[in-house]
Design a protein around this ligand. Structure first.
Ligand code: PLP
Length: 380
């Protein structure tokens, strides 16, 4: 049977790495996972308990499309607590992870063929989802001196209908500070384009608090998720904040595309928002791991790295070691038993000479991984 041309999207290479790692584990090998972009911790305990209770008293049928009102209110309150932003809960849309939010945002904002700017390196699914929706992803090659984030001058001549940024970003962990974010919002709005801010790694910051676009403007789409800071990847629940006059547009799309985000996950997510102590303990592990990575990677021979401001990744320039990051990652997995992600997932061009190391796992795993990387590089 025929396929559409827009369904021709690239695979997520990290998934292929995970599959090779899984097979090695099946054959009895112990693999250290520095490829996965997810916490090894589960949902906070109180979130699990809230769901157990709900299961006993509630049929957990569909919710309204925009999400359980109590969850929308709690998310709005969080903007007050975290950023001192007074947010109307009516502007919060609960989604099936940030991935569901991308579908809603791109569909609500753009028409077929519209050009949407994304930073390279960047999260690969932006490009693939845009393509699958018949939109045109426009890679913006970011510069090391701008900490691999787009800057206003990058936008000139691109004829964009939208710009998508992430801060902290995947794979680099770099953030846009208030001035940089304000300048990008200004340039995007001046170009008549829509500004979309992926804030999924907020809460996982090390030196300074991340800035939300909502501190600077109401005229943007802000996307977030329970996957990372709240440690709930598989629950598929996230949210989006949209301008007031976009709520109804997004609601109609959400009703038709998803009906609602998973009800059970919304119940758990609401409880997770009050689990500060447990979540801060997870954060302390990432902070320790980050320190170990920043010391250990250069000792192993991966010295071309920039300290990440947030998230749980280190992006390394390995151009002095290889011109084929995919083969290099395969060699590291085979010989050292450490799974890492080739940069090609994040940057189709320059990613041939970069690797992403994730430090989301336990500190013991990070120590073991770094020690294996060191002996691998010594014997290479
Ligand atoms: C920058 C970024 N945005 C979005 C996502 C997707 O997350 P979700 O689980 O909320 O769909 C990821 C996942 O790794 C990510 O790194």
């Amino acid at each position: 049977m025929r396929n559409s041309t827009r369904s021709e999207v690239d695979p997520f290479i990290v998934m292929d790495v995970m599959e090779v790692a899984r097979k090695a584990e099946e054959a009895g090998r112990r693999i250290i996972h520095m490829e996965v972009g997810q916490p090894s911790t589960g949902a906070p305990v109180a979130a699990q308990q809230a769901l157990v209770q709900a299961l006993q008293s509630d049929a957990l049928g569909y919710t309204v499309a925009l999400g359980i009102p109590a969850l929308r209110e709690r998310i709005a309150r969080m903007y007050g607590e975290w950023y001192n932003v007074d947010l109307d809960p009516g502007r919060v849309v609960v989604t099936s992870g940030s991935s569901g939010a991308f579908l809603l945002a791109f569909t609500a904002l753009f028409d077929s063929g519209d050009r949407v700017g994304i930073g390279a390196p960047g999260y690969p699914s932006y490009r693939q989802i845009l393509h699958a929706l018949g939109l045109t992803p426009v890679d913006i090659e970011t510069a090391a001196e701008n900490r691999l984030q787009p800057v206003p001058s990058d936008l000139s001549g691109l004829d964009l209908a939208g710009l998508m940024v992430a801060s902290p970003a995947n794979p680099t962990g770099t953030m846009l500070n208030r001035d940089a974010m304000a300048a990008l919002i200004g340039a995007t709005q001046e170009a008549g384009a829509a500004f979309i801010s992926d804030e999924i790694y907020h809460g996982i910051e090390y030196e300074a608090k991340a800035v939300t676009a909502l501190e600077l403007t109401n005229d943007a789409y802000v996307i977030n998720s329970f996957s990372k800071y709240f440690s709930m990847t598989g629950w598929r629940v996230g949210w989006m904040v949209v301008p007031e006059d976009h709520v109804r547009v997004v609601e109609r799309l959400a009703q038709n595309m998803f009906i609602c985000a998973p009800h059970a996950s919304q119940v758990a997510a609401l409880a997770a928002m009050d689990c500060e102590e447990e979540l801060q303990a997870n954060l302390a592990v990432y902070a320790r791991n980050r320190q170990l990575m920043l010391e250990g990677l250069p000792k192993a021979g991966f010295s071309n790295i920039a300290p990440p401001d947030g998230a749980f990744y280190v992006y390394a320039d390995v151009s002095e070691l290889t011109q084929d990051s995919r083969a290099f990652a395969a060699e590291i997995l085979e010989k050292a038993g450490v799974a890492v992600t080739p940069g090609l997932d994040f940057d189709p061009v320059r990613g041939a000479t970069t690797l992403r190391f994730s430090y989301a796992r336990s500190t013991a795993d990070i120590e073991e991984g770094l020690s294996r990387l060191r002996s691998f590089m010594e014997n290479r």
